[in-house]
Design a protein around this ligand. Sequence first.
Ligand code: NI
Length: 172
Amino acid sequence: MSIIPIVTLPDEKTLREVSKPVETVDAQVRKLWDDMLETMYHAPGIGLAAIQIGVPRRLLVIDLSKEDEEKQPLFVANPEITWSSEIQSDYEEGCLSIPEYYEMVTRPAEIRLRYLDRQGEPREMHATGLMATCLQHEIDHLNGVLFIDHISRLKRDRVLKKFQKAQKLGKL
Ligand code: NI
């Protein structure tokens, strides 16, 4: 496994790309998942989409386990949300591609999901709480959407400018 540099703002060219489904879950996909997982643990973070390491494939890793708990990695390929609850919930979100920025985001509180697991087997999941939020955040990445797209335009523009300025000053 290797740790791979995470793509951050202001690189919207990469982060806005729409990722393509994987055809099969093979050794190459599993290797990529392992690298994503190690990169995510190292960051540290609770979710990562392949595009965040520059690979435009519909692959995610998530692990919501706490520091003192046993690791519980979830490997997801080609996820599709098949149902979202009308009830919404608010979470303060952050993103490894938008370091040190956190904001409240409102999303459906529960979702149902269809995806392929690490063996390439089709699976269905009902997710609630933080898992529902995290999955929606990561699936957004596969469609080139960032969590700052769910907040006010004023706040979003401010964040984008901050990262553009930091890059110009050579601080990224
Ligand atoms: Ni993110």
